[in-house]
Design a protein around this ligand. Structure first.
Ligand code: FES
Length: 102
């Protein structure tokens, strides 16, 4: 089975007050939960894979989400953004410009 999109959500958690911050302290858990809920609701298990990762680099812009095969990087993603990422990017192939960091 080859998915159409693979979404990586940084779940790295550093202690509060760490100088680099982290996606975990910025709220990546609720973002991951929103991706899981949206995947369930839309039944796209064979088209979209969602994987939690460790640090991917831009910690100060977290929660960081990367979507392949396009290699689109999203930053400061909130749970309420996830539906739009599905609607526009994962279902229509149009990245959400307002969330892009790379
Ligand atoms: S902690 Fe998420 S990108 Fe570094």
């Amino acid at each position: 089975m080859k998915p159409k999109h693979h979404v990586f959500v940084c779940m790295n958690q550093r202690p509060p007050g760490h100088p680099r911050g982290s996606c975990g302290t910025a709220g990546s858990r609720p973002v991951m939960d929103a991706f899981a809920a949206e995947l369930e609701k839309r039944g796209l298990f064979e088209q979209v894979f969602v994987t939690g990762t460790f640090c991917m680099g831009p910690c100060d812009q977290g929660p960081t989400v990367v979507v392949y095969p396009e290699g689109v990087w999203y930053g400061r993603v909130k749970p309420e953004d996830v539906g739009e990422i599905f609607d526009r990017h994962l279902e229509k192939g149009e990245p959400v410009a307002r969330l892009r960091i790379m």
